[in-house]
Design a protein around this ligand. Structure first.
Ligand code: NAP
Length: 276
């Protein structure tokens, strides 16, 4: 019997303790009979150039790039896509016309779940100004939003980010003075570990009358205090699972031309302990 040629994919970062990317993509490859397999490759920053050379030599078909390589990998590639240029970081490798390209699918991943939600008053409060917040800002800019207010507890990084996108930097202590219709948690507060059970925002202090949309980027656990508190005050909620799923969907489409099948979504929900 003739064997189909197989395609090799990977996810790389350091350390790479827990990654859900192989589960999502391998489930997708199998469900669609696509002859691909994804491996997890922990690679130290000092070995990144060697790693990219290996991707070229072995014709690795695609790769997810995670912390701490998202910025350092950029000069090692042949082309950088627009979203990755805007964000200043790459989370996906793929080949186009013989060139090794870098994209950032976090922007699409952030935007996709918003499409299914109600409209809001156009004002956004972004809590956190780190790597994920950069993709959020690029997404908000692409929607033509101008009233975006960025804050982080140390008040260190938000001014630079706000300036880049012509948004506004706000002191952490002043976050309850804004009637934002979309409030986004891009801090690690609420995450499994030392930050579990902590929230960057108490919706009982929201100064407006109309509840809006609360969007948490944290996906482990799925039910964070931020979202539980928002829902309790009548806010529509988006969990971090959505952004994670839709950024992976954009990667899968780059590599296979198909959307992730429903089996991948179910595998992700199962892994995150959602009742299905
Ligand atoms: P990061 O680069 O470390 O940035 C974290 C931001 O949160 C920084 O602005 C930091 O403040 C702020 N922060 C940290 N501790 C805080 C605290 N105790 N109180 C208030 N603010 C605090 O992290 P990241 O990569 O942006 O990730 C942020 C979160 O998003 C993580 O939970 C990550 O898992 C999640 N995420 C989810 C997805 C998804 O697909 N759903 C994708 C990417 C990231 P300073 O600016 O002052 O340092």
């Amino acid at each position: 019997m003739m064997q189909m040629p197989g395609y090799c994919f990977g996810v790389t970062g350091w350390p790479l303790a827990q990654t859900l990317s192989p589960l999502l993509h391998n489930t997708g490859f199998q469900a669609l009979d696509f002859p691909g397999v994804m491996f997890a490759w922990p690679v130290k920053l000092a070995d990144l150039e060697l790693f990219v050379n290996s991707v070229r030599l072995l014709n690795i078909r695609g790769c997810c790039i995670t912390i701490p390589h998202k910025i350092a990998i950029m000069p090692l590639l042949d082309e950088i896509c627009e979203d990755a240029r805007n964000v200043g970081a790459v989370n996906t490798l793929f080949w186009r016309d013989g060139k090794l390209c870098g994209d950032n699918t976090d922007v699409m991943g952030f935007l996709a779940p918003l499409e299914a939600k109600s409209s809001f008053n156009g004002q956004v409060l972004l809590l956190g100004a780190g790597g994920a917040a950069r993709a959020v800002c690029a997404g908000l800019k692409s929607l033509g939003l101008k009233d975006v207010f960025i804050t982080s507890k140390s008040n260190k990084r938000q001014a630079q980010l706000a300036e880049k996108y012509a948004f506004t930097s706000v002191e952490w202590e002043k976050r309850y003075s804004l009637e934002a219709g979309l409030i986004i948690n891009a801090t690690p507060l609420g995450m499994l570990g030392e930050n579990i059970g902590v929230s960057p925002y108490d919706f009982s202090h929201y100064p407006g009358k109309t509840p809006g949309i609360a969007y948490d980027l944290v996906y482990n656990p799925l039910e964070t205090l931020f979202l539980a508190n928002a829902a309790g005050h009548g806010w529509e909620c988006i969990s971090g699972l959505e952004m994670f799923y839709w950024q992976a969907n954009a990667q899968f489409m780059r590599w296979t031309g198909d959307a992730l099948p429903v089996a991948s979504r179910l595998a992700l929900e199962d892994a995150l302990g959602l009742d299905i």
